[in-house]
Design a protein around this ligand. Sequence first.
Ligand code: PEP
Ligand code: MG
Length: 885
Amino acid sequence: MSAKKYVYDFEEGNAKMKFILGGKGSNLAEMTKLGFPVPPGYTISTEACNIYSKTGKLPEGLEKEAKEHQNKLEKKIKKQLGDTNDPLLLSVRSGAAFSMPGMMDTVLNLGLNDVTIEGLIRQTENDRFAYDAYRRFLMMFSDIVLKVDKNKFERELREMKKKRGVKQDTELTAEDLKVLVNIYKEIVKEETGEEFPKDPEDQLKKAISAVFESWNNSRAKTYRKEYKISDDLGTAVNIQAMVFGNKGNDSATGVAFTRDPGTGENKIFGEYLTNAQGEDVVAGVRTPKTLVELKEEMPGVYNELIEAMKKLEKHYRDMQDVEFTIEQGKLYMLQTRTGKRTAAAALKIAVDMVKEGLITEEIAIKRIDPSQLDQLLHPRIDPKAELDVLATGLPASPGAASGEVVFDADTAEEEGKAGKKVILVRWETTPDDIHGVIAAQGVLTVHGGMTSHAAVVARGMGKPCVAGCEALKLDMEKQLFEVNGTTIKAGDIISIDGSLGRVILGEAPLIPPSVSIDFQTILKWADKYRKLGVRANADTPEDAKKAREFGAEGIGLCRTEHMFFGDERLPLVQQMILSETNEEREKVLEKLLPHQRRDFEGIFEAMSGLPVTIRLLDPPLHEFLPNFTDLRVELTEMKLKGANKDEIMAKERLLHKVRAETETNPMLGLRGCRLGIIYPGIYRMQVKAIMEAASNVKKKGFKPVVEIMIPLVSHLNELVIMRKEVEKTVESVLADCGTNISYKVGTMIELPRAALTADEIAEFADFFSFGTNDLTQTTFGFSRDDAEAKFLAKYLEDKVLPVNPFEVLDQKGVGKLIKIACKLARKTKSDIKLGICGEHGGEPSSIDFCHKNGFTYVSCSPFRVPLARLAAAQAAIDVEGDTTK
Ligand code: PEP
Ligand code: MG
């Protein structure tokens, strides 16, 4: 059996091998293959890193294999590591499959010691350069491999410059650097109790292990978590012959992008430093110069570099980010990778490259990260601003806003009406707070998760929300909160960043959203390729209009409960709930009807010609009643103040009713179609309002397309009863109105039993819409309201779960139920319409799942519609041969 291969010469690899060689390694190999001036080297695979991470040891056979490649390298370059006459120096650099800039470690100038430096001086006749390389090596190796605090070395360097009265490193003489080298060696001895390792082979082995270890440093882990990069990928190690940008004023080092990564403009953008090594540019030791100056300083090399960059972009067919070094007038390419860019730049580059014939529309669509588009649809905090971040919660609804802190919805509404900008801060929000949410610029809650009411509502409205910010110590009575030593009172200004979950002191500078021409072009292309329909979750005519502007092809979920709030309506709803008799209840419902009808008319008008799925009332009724504890306090106060007896009795009655309505598990209680069965008048009123509205708008020339949806069905019989009731009401309304309107009756599939009996249920449903919020809640048995704040964060941190199932559809579990339901439903009705309206309807990987399972549409909040259009197209396109992905 041949031994396992862990090491590859640059000549052996190519750009497609990034999972084995890492991005840097595979691209160095590709550039070598293409004949670019790349210093020779070899790469140790990511697999070796994974073994190292698991066992703490280099895999068996690796050292021998690496030595063979080292020998080949030495033959190629005709220099040897440790040669006292003409030593080879190496760079040892990390490089994972996905670029993680600056997160892992690198050692340069490896191979120097007190003897080899003499050889280097002899060969180069440049002792200043040699000592500069040595002091850099001592510091990097000590920091990364020996774990000696880097500041100790930097302090000495600063001291030396001060002593010599110079500002720049380049102004230090060979003698100064030699003194520094000796001081550095002393520091190592003091800190580690041992001499700095002299043997170059030993240095190399230690550096390789240190680079592997850097895969698991806290920076790298945090970065991976943020960008959802798997911890199992590992980093490769690239060992390459050093070239030197610090050999004098004909040498330099720099980084450059083939297009502007901020705007996407098609012009080369880069920076460099003369007489320097790579880390000087990144670490900001000196202020770099722009490439324009290189054109004047070294015109020949400049032209060569521009030529190389153009070739690389053409070859990779994407914007490249390159590192280069110029050694005594000769250009070397040290890295190329797909350049990171802002959302606006990503769109511009993709559209321009299609126009230039570099890529196809399909590749352009595939290249845009849908979640990045969020940046463009909401105002966001200027990334250049300096911020005083007070705390971080869940990034529940993207965008950013600033305003005065208010602690209750009424004040938010009052101040909002008076033209003030406010941020509503609550323990959590209940539907009662909706008017405050509408008036506020943004919402901040201490409890609650990504699908909490506050988050869902805020996302629907396109307002920023930070939820579950448990660090806030809220004192509602004193109208303040304390956070990490700062006290914020009502009226103080804060900013929230719903894209990153940040709570910021004061007014943060914002950048407004824009739907650029490039954005529209990409979406137009996306619409050509996608198979899935995209609808919106919208509850008001305004949201419906916005959704249509963003390209929604109908409403997939209109949550009617949101219409039950507001000054005029809530008292009526409360009266309805408190009614002792059916007659009393019916009377109040009659009063509510015109309000509902008006809303539906507005929505049908805004969505004329497109389907509108209206879901009948879903949440438990007690959500509409005042808080039990608040009521009890009020009652006690009334008694103490000797209030009127009738008023006290009325309050007691209310308190009694609130207690009676309170359930231990309201999410599993009297809600959804259960309400429709226990209080049939409510659904009757809603259906009447829907059909009267449809009839009225039809008479005005609009085209209402009505879909009535029954929530929380678990048993076929619930739907059978509800459907009969709905049909009876519809027929009678249509007869009264004298119009004929076709309509559909469907159901949500949001409980496991409904999914498992979907064949039976499908017989009585014209369509299914998967309510994946509740389906996730009931499949996992995780409360939507509490899980994220109580244990889910820890679960995610400890990797008990890979991702938050309320954000990303759990395809293995919840998805399995959905697949079963789809299969069963199609057995009964082969062409049944299938949609999704849980929060997952706006999440790219969940949209891909819906595409693969032949859904008719996805439905998401209006601001996510563009993202869903793009993600649906990406799901439908299978692009081959795009090496940059
Ligand atoms: C769902 O459960 O996924 C759903 C869309 O309904 P709601 O979030 O209103 O419960
Ligand atoms: Mg639901």
